[in-house]
Design a protein around this ligand. Structure first.
Ligand code: SF4
Length: 179
């Protein structure tokens, strides 16, 4: 898994002051994507122990609200195993910090057909669900340029939803964190 950069005190990708991990790799290729340099999974540098320590050092600071996974797509197939491991470790080490995740995949698509892990895509979606279940907020869906909406606080186009994951799982339907 490669990443482009780690931001320490970001205010544009979730609530409060956040660490943001910009991961490489995205297969959605949305028209007018702001970060096409992240599409290639080989762009950036390998995510290693020192990158993890950099994130953990930031998360240990009282004034940091949590971490946001962005990219690229954190749920790109090559990222799934390492993102799942990292999210699990963050949940254990920093249970009070929030985890946000931006993905071009649709939350509904990922949670549809939950029983099928027989295909590679089924297995990938299983891993995507495991990651999402550990997040607090997921912003889902591809960026659709014709639906661009600069008034949306945490998303770029009208189709993208800012989803409250814990409430959505509890109620078995999508509950928005905000419009
Ligand atoms: S999902 Fe995000 S990173 Fe990927 S192409 Fe679309 S806007 Fe760009």
């Amino acid at each position: 898994m490669n990443y482009l950069k780690i931001e320490h005190e970001d205010v544009c990708n979730g609530t409060g002051l956040r660490v943001v991990l910009w991961l490489s790799g995205c297969s959605h290729h949305c028209y007018n994507c702001q970060n096409p340099q992240t599409w290639n999974p080989d762009s950036g540098i390998p995510f290693d122990e020192s990158a993890k320590q950099e994130i953990f050092n930031e998360l240990s600071k009282d004034y940091i609200s949590g971490i946001t996974f962005s990219g690229g797509d954190p749920l790109y197939e090559n990222n799934l195993d390492e993102v799942l491991k990292l999210v699990k470790e963050i949940c254990i080490s920093f249970p009070k910090k929030t985890i946000w995740l931006y993905t071009g995949y649709s939350y509904s698509e990922i949670f549809r057909g939950q029983s099928s892990c027989l295909s590679q895509e089924g297995l990938n979606n299983f891993k995507r669900r495991e990651i999402i279940k550990l997040c607090d907020v997921v912003v889902d869906g591809e960026y659709i340029d014709e639906q661009k909406d600069i008034t949306k606080k945490w998303a770029g186009s009208k189709n993208q939803r800012v989803i409250n994951v814990k409430e959505s799982i509890k109620n078995n339907k999508i509950i928005l964190y905000c419009d």
